[in-house]
Design a protein around this ligand. Structure first.
Ligand SMILES: Cc1cc2nc3c(=O)[nH]c(=O)nc-3n(C[C@H](O)[C@H](O)[C@H](O)COP(=O)(O)OP(=O)(O)OC[C@H]3O[C@@H](n4cnc5c(N)ncnc54)[C@H](O)[C@@H]3O)c2cc1C
Length: 418
């Protein structure tokens, strides 16, 4: 290849349909006629932008779509499900407490369908288990990711993989969000944003206050040595990655390199075959938001029913440390609740979060962060965002009764109904 030829990109244009002819031509593209790099290539207008298609975000997007909103779901990875699928934590819990179901709705619908299609088994929620984790549901992570895509498509949700927001500014009636991906620049104009990135990254981009501990809980790399991993059936091995931090690409890279290196050592030492390895570390903790209210561990362990509760949560206080975890079960009959105001960054409008970044102190968060509660938060924010977009208000101005009614009609369980 001559250096001259290397200096330009060739693009072939084939077909002039009107004439019924097929003509191939070669167009020279050089720096002077490339599209201007500063201009977004794609511009979209939607009611609701959901950032992060993980545990909470998938459910938020489906719910907002089902409620009639136009929705774009931006996910920086290649599939939906987040920690449940890419992280491999494919045992969502807890949908039940003290012998009855307390979280249902769209997350439960997806989990149930996934188990049925995989011919798996659901726990019997009428029975109070001896150990809390007995009632987690084993799901096939691969199937879950595909089913989630199908549900999004059915709800009219557009998905943009490999993209993330690089800049967010407030505009009249909502937001302008510039997203980047490889080969893609997308300008999104939306009325409402739901930040479901795990670590509240959009909230961070906006410079709104977030909370973070100096020392975070370890993350875990999920893998299998020696025996095959049967998705949706068996326990998978977990390796603590101490210091794992999903704050940015550099800290996440470090966690992945550290985890994989340790697993390679295990393979060498054990002489066993590596049968399964998730593509990235599962992160337990990074940023939480400082919301319009903050759930304390006392609120959590006393089962406080907030005035604006939108779903239940149920799990022991479950703080992982360097030496492991000693779950602190809740007292019999206690079922914590999550208020809408804990999903709204303090002082913000037209912005909510759902998932593990819920406004809470560290110990409350160690219980709130589990998947069924993340799904419950996701569904509630999907409803609140869709109603706010329709009415041209901010979510906290939507009457709570309207949010509850719509949630009920989509199968969710509302604490004040109990
Ligand atoms: C090892 C481990 C074990 C656990 N065990 C259990 C358990 O037994 N039972 C249980 O129920 N829960 C368990 N949890 C907790 C639970 O899995 C997580 O807290 C929960 O899944 C978090 O959900 P989320 O929606 O907040 O975040 P995630 O599910 O992590 O989703 C966040 C999504 O956002 C995407 N994203 C991030 N930043 C951006 C960006 N800037 N732009 C676009 N996309 C972005 C990510 O790629 C991801 O898909 C465990 C967690 C870990 C790590």
């Amino acid at each position: 290849m001559t250096s001259n030829r290397r200096n330009f990109i060739q693009s072939s244009v084939i077909g002039t349909a009107g004439l019924g002819l097929s003509i191939a031509s070669t167009t020279e593209v050089n720096a002077s006629n490339l599209p201007r790099a500063a201009e977004p290539e794609i511009t979209v207008d939607v009611d609701v932008l959901v950032v992060g298609g993980g545990t909470a975000g998938t459910i938020a997007a489906i719910q907002a779509g089902r409620a009639g909103a136009s929705v774009l779901l931006v996910e920086r990875n290649s599939q939906l499900g987040g920690t449940m699928t890419t992280g491999g934590v494919a045992f969502p819990g807890l949908f039940d407490a003290w012998g009855k179901q307390v979280i249902a709705g769209i997350g439960w619908e997806l989990v149930k369908e996934c188990v049925a299609l995989d011919e798996g088994q659901l726990p019997n929620f009428a029975k109070v288990p001896q150990r809390h984790w007995h009632n987690q549901v084993y799901i096939n992570q691969f199937l879950y990711a595909i089913l989630a895509e199908e549900k999004c498509a059915d709800a009219g949700v557009s998905i943009a993989y490999y993209e993330f927001p690089a800049a967010v500014i407030q505009i009249d009636g909502g937001w302008q969000v510039d997203c980047v991906g490889f080969g893609t620049r997308r300008r999104v104009r939306c009325k409402q944003i739901i930040d479901c990135t795990g670590g509240a990254e959009v909230v961070g981009l906006l410079g709104l206050p977030r909370l973070r501990e100096d020392e975070r809980q370890p993350g875990s790399f999920l893998f299998m040595l020696g025996e095959a991993h049967e998705p949706g059936r068996n326990q998978i091995h977990r390796l603590y990655v101490h210091g794992a931090d999903s704050t940015n690409s550099r800290t996440a890279t470090e966690a992945n390199l550290t985890g994989r290196k340790t697993i390679l050592n295990k393979v060498r030492q054990s002489g066993k075959r590596l049968m399964h390895l998730q593509p990235e570390t599962g992160f337990r903790e990074s940023y939480r938001i400082q919301g319009e209210t903050l759930i304390t561990v006392h609120d959590y362990t006393s089962g406080r029913v907030f005035d604006d509760a939108i779903c239940y949560a149920f799990y022991p206080v479950d703080l992982h440390t360097k030496t492991g975890v000693k779950p602190q079960p809740l007292k019999p009959g206690t079922v914590p609740t999550i208020p809408l105001r804990a999903l709204v960054p303090k002082g913000s409008r037209n912005l909510m979060v759902a998932g593990r970044c819920v406004s809470s102190d560290r110990l409350a968060n160690s219980g709130l962060r589990v998947q069924a509660s993340c799904m419950g938060m996701g569904q509630a924010t999907g409803v609140a965002a869709a109603l706010a977009a329709q009415r041209g208000t901010t979510p906290l101005e939507v009457p709570l009764g309207d949010i509850h009614d719509l949630l009920r009609s989509h199968g969710a369980i509302i604490p004040s109904d109990a």
